[in-house]
Every structure is written in C-alpha cells, then in structure tokens.
Design a binder for this molecule. Structure first.
Ligand code: NDP
Length: 253
C-alpha cells in the first residue's frame, strides 16, 4: 500500500479522454485507478501508466450503471490504497441516433451511463471522503452539449446538461466537507467516440476554420484541465464548468 501519493479514480480511463486524464494525473504523481467495463483493457491501461509515470495504478472492472460494481470497485481501491482523493466521472457513451428514431432502451442507456453513473459514483465516493475528513476533488466530464444540441444528440445532450446540474448540487452538499466538485466540458476531441466523424477530410477542414486554436483537441488537453482543478491551488474553485474547446464556442457565426 502506498501512503505517499494521492489516489485518483478515473471511470472509463481505458482509452481516449479518460486515458489522457489518467496519464496527466499520474505525471503529477497521483496513484491511479482505472475503472471500466472491460477488465483486461483497464488492467492493460493501468500497467502502461504505472510503467510510464512511475506511480501505482490499478485496473478494475466496473460498469458505472451498476451500483454493486461501483461499491466493489471503491472497496478494492480502499483495500489497496487506503484512501480516495479524487474521482473523475469520465465514463460516457454517445450513440449518435436521431431523437425521432431512438429506441427507449438506447435513450435510457445513455442517461444511465452518463448521468446516473456519475451520480452513483459521486455519492458513494463522497461518503468515503466525508468519513476520512481530508476533503477531495470530484470532476465531471461534461461536453459542449451542456449548451448546444443536435438532432442526433438528444439523449447525450440531456445527459450532459443533467451532469452539469448534478455537479452543482454536489458542490453545494460537499463544499462544507472540503470536497470540491467541478466540470470540465470538452469541445471536439479526437477519440474512438468521434474518430468516424473528424477523420473525414471535410470535417478536419471545418475544425481548422471554426476552432480559433486551429486544431482538434487532444485527450491531454482535457487531462491538463482536470489536473489543474485537482491541484492544491484550486481549493476555492467549486461548482464551476470549465469549457476546454480551443475557443470554439466563443465564435459567434
Ligand atoms: P471513448 O469512447 O473513447 O471512451 C469511453 C470510455 O468510457 C471507455 O474507457 C469506456 O470503457 C468507458 N465506458 C463506457 N461505458 C461505461 C460504463 N457503463 N462503465 C464504465 N466505463 C464505461 O470516449 P471519449 O474518450 O471520447 O469520451 C470520454 C468522456 O468525454 C465521455 O463522457 C464523453 O461524453 C466526453 N466527451 C467527449 C468528447 C469528444 O469529442 N470525444 C467531447 C465532449 C465530451 P469500456 O468500453 O471498457 O467500458
């Protein structure tokens, strides 16, 4: 068991933005828990991070829609590390189905994963943080869909806007315990979730014209923002949604 480093749980940290967040936090010296539905992928990603950053990292199977699995993941983390300092609610899905065609089951799954999953993980981890009396940091990975939507993003946008308000409610409830809750809202980031769209040449051109930064975002761009909100210097930032989109949403046309 390590007693020198702070411990961060990243849900859905096997790839994409979650892996970028885990890497950035590990490079700052945090020990890491990667929780995803795919145990082998979680263990492989954890091993790569441990090797690269020289921290301890565990990969644990956990479907964030299943409260029993969340409780087991938290217990396994506490048995190994003895503490939880940071939770990043990153696990998410986006089926990209038209709101007029989407099945109820698909709609419910998006809400269950993105919104209810973040609620369950936060409530359960926060209870442990409160009883430890050492504070903590909880980050919600939302989206530009907190502010804008699309015909194929109805379920997703509803889940992300819900996450944003969930974050605020937890910020109020947990602030007195020294636990801050904030959201990071990524813009357009190249990952498995979005690759099918952004790797088309015409869409790559759109990014160059539309995003003032002139490029698509990387998982590390989001990881760096999360690491900043998890730093000791950010202890008075609570209940805030930080847009990390290279300036995309500041453009008026
Ligand atoms: P990916 O599809 O690349 O990764 C999603 C991660 O979530 C995987 O690790 C996956 O692991 C995990 N996951 C999915 N369902 C569950 C579940 N039920 N329980 C636990 N883990 C789960 O997506 P991104 O990296 O692009 O997205 C990460 C987050 O960032 C999401 O919340 C997404 O909404 C958000 N986001 C992404 C943007 C983008 O442009 N890419 C923009 C704005 C927000 P596994 O399959 O092994 O369970």
């Amino acid at each position: 068991m390590s007693d020198k480093n702070k411990v961060a749980i990243i849900t859905g940290g096997t790839r994409g933005i979650g892996y970028g967040i885990a890497t950035c936090l590990a490079n700052k010296g945090f020990d890491i828990v990667i929780a995803s539905t795919n145990e082998k992928a979680a263990q492989t990603s954890a091993a790569a991070i441990a090797k690269e950053a020289g921290v301890e990292a565990l990969g644990i199977a956990c479907d964030v829609t299943q409260q029993v699995q969340i409780d087991a993941m938290i217990e396994q983390t506490l048995t190994h590390f003895g503490q939880i300092d940071i939770l990043v609610n990153n696990a998410g899905i986006c089926p990209f189905v038209d709101i007029m065609e989407i099945d109820e089951a698909v709609f419910r799954k998006t809400l269950d994963t993105n919104l209810t999953g973040a609620f369950l993980c936060t409530q359960r981890v926060a209870r442990k943080m409160i009883s430890r009396e050492k504070g903590g940091r909880i980050i919600f990975i939302t989206s530009l869909c907190v502010n804008v939507a699309g015909a194929t993003l109805g379920d997703y946008a509803a889940s992300k806007a819900g996450m944003h308000m969930l974050m605020k409610s937890f910020a109020i409830a947990l602030g007195p315990h020294g636990i801050t809750c904030n959201a990071v809202a990524p813009g357009m980031i190249l990952t498995d979730m979005t690759r099918h769209h952004w790797e088309k040449p015409e869409n790559a051109e759109f990014i160059k014209g539309r995003v003032p930064a002139g490029r698509i975002g990387t998982p590390e761009d989001i990881g760096n923002a999360v690491a900043m909100l998890c730093s000791d210097e950010s202890s008075y930032i609570n209940g805030v949604g930080l847009i990390v989109d290279g300036g995309h949403q500041t453009v008026c046309t």
